[in-house]
Design a protein around this ligand. Structure first.
Ligand code: NI
Length: 401
């Protein structure tokens, strides 16, 4: 590919420069102020109108210059989405453009996604299409509610279709995965509060030990997936945080367990919720303690629309041919808040292959994460291509008139 910016310079180095600038300065969910400032500056340079949304988010609009194919046909509108937030992770890559902020890192490729969407703005800038392309730069994908706020505040106004991609270092560069149906699981975060009775460490008979009950529960939870779920349904329950007690010589009065239930199958999701409730009742009875279970706002599964997936696949085929377009082998048990847009309009999330050759980098959400920067140009090209093809599809579809 030899794609160019609006200024006539090669696109790829521009994208690498943007990505590295963002990588040096990662920002956490809803605090993407410098990131958003950079995005606004680049959009201003292209004279693309935009407005703030969801705190640090941005909605920009590119209006096509072409008249609709048929007079009187409605103007189609679709959205492309990038996420902008980093993670509270200490970078350990030793890269020349590593994070300059201790404990903060772009460890999921969102720096790349932001650069790609700016790249797509350059590629669509000539506006040689009919209709409107909405560019959504969203905050807080990792925290899970950036997309929700974008939707609440009108991010999808007039939008009829939505597309996005996520960098994936498990698959080679110049490869896309495109699937219809379920590709990312639902995620139900939970918190379990155990209230026992505190006492001196030497007098357990006067206490209800929250540490022992919490430990029992953590071990019991390990049997949920193995014993309560159909082995052919993907599911996982993880307790990611456990807090109890205040001092080593006292029996803890309270404990807090927090985790997530993830599943790629609705039956498994229900069975896990019911199983967790049963275990809690059992441990509560066993320990004479009070145990409360609370489900926190979670995310539905990412389910790609069949028509949107066909458009996404066709755009990918145009860029990399048949050998570069694959299917995901199995649904991921990671969640993606792109699912919240798909609750409103049909959409498709694809994966952009970006495996580094030679020394493999660390996995996403690790301090050693990195990706092949050649993906930036491919992602930008796909976003622009899918927008053109999606608009043509919308214009041609009779349903919308
Ligand atoms: Ni991500």
């Amino acid at each position: 590919m030899k794609l160019q910016t609006v200024q006539g310079t090669p696109l790829s180095p521009y994208l690498v420069e943007i990505r590295r600038r963002l990588h040096r300065h990662p920002e956490l969910a809803f605090r993407e102020e410098k990131t958003a400032a950079l995005v606004r500056r680049e959009l201003d340079r292209l004279q693309i109108p935009h407005r703030p949304l969801a705190g640090t988010g941005i909605r920009a609009e590119l209006h096509g210059r072409q008249a609709p194919a048929e007079p009187g046909a409605g103007r189609p509108c679709l959205a492309l989405r990038a996420d902008m937030d980093g993670l509270p992770i200490q970078e350990q890559t030793g890269l020349s453009f590593a994070s300059e902020h201790p404990g903060l890192m772009h460890a999921c490729g969102h720096d790349g996604h932001t650069a790609m969407l700016l790249g797509a703005a350059h590629l669509l800038w000539a506006r040689d299409f009919s209709g409107k392309v909405v560019l959504l730069f969203q905050p807080a994908e990792e925290a899970g509610n950036g997309a929700g706020r974008m939707v609440e505040e009108g991010g999808l106004d007039q939008v009829e279709l939505i597309f996005a991609g996520h960098i994936d270092t498990h698959i080679p560069t110049r490869t896309f995965t495109v699937d219809s149906g379920l590709i990312c699981s639902s995620a139900d975060p939970f918190a379990i509060r155990i209230r026992g009775r505190g006492a001196h460490a030497s007098r357990p008979h006067e206490a209800i030990d929250a540490v022992v009950l919490a430990s029992t529960l953590v071990v019991q939870i390990q049997t949920l997936v193995s014993r309560a779920i159909n082995p052919s349904h993907a599911a996982v329950v993880t307790v990611g945080r456990l807090r109890a007690g205040t001092v080593l010589n006292a029996i803890a009065e309270e404990a807090l367990l927090e985790g997530t239930i993830r599943s790629a199958h609705p039956q498994a999701r229900t069975a896990l919720r019911q199983g967790l409730e049963r275990l809690i009742q059992g441990v509560e009875a066993m320990g004479c303690a009070g145990i409360e279970l609370e489900y926190l706002p979670g995310l539905p599964a990412v389910i790609n629309d069949e028509r949107a997936a066909a458009i996404a696949r066709s755009a990918a085929l145009r860029l990399v041919g048949r050998e570069g377009v694959r299917r995901q082998e199995a649904p991921s048990l990671g969640s993606e808040d792109f699912a919240l847009y798909q609750q409103e309009v049909p959409g498709c999330l694809v994966r952009f292959g970006a495996r580094l050759s030679g020394d493999p980098a660390g996995p996403a959400h690790s301090g050693r994460y990195d990706f092949d920067e050649q993906v930036l140009e491919q992602g930008a090209a796909w976003l622009a291509q899918v927008a053109r093809q999606g608009l043509l599809h919308l214009e041609g579809s009779t349903e919308r008139r």
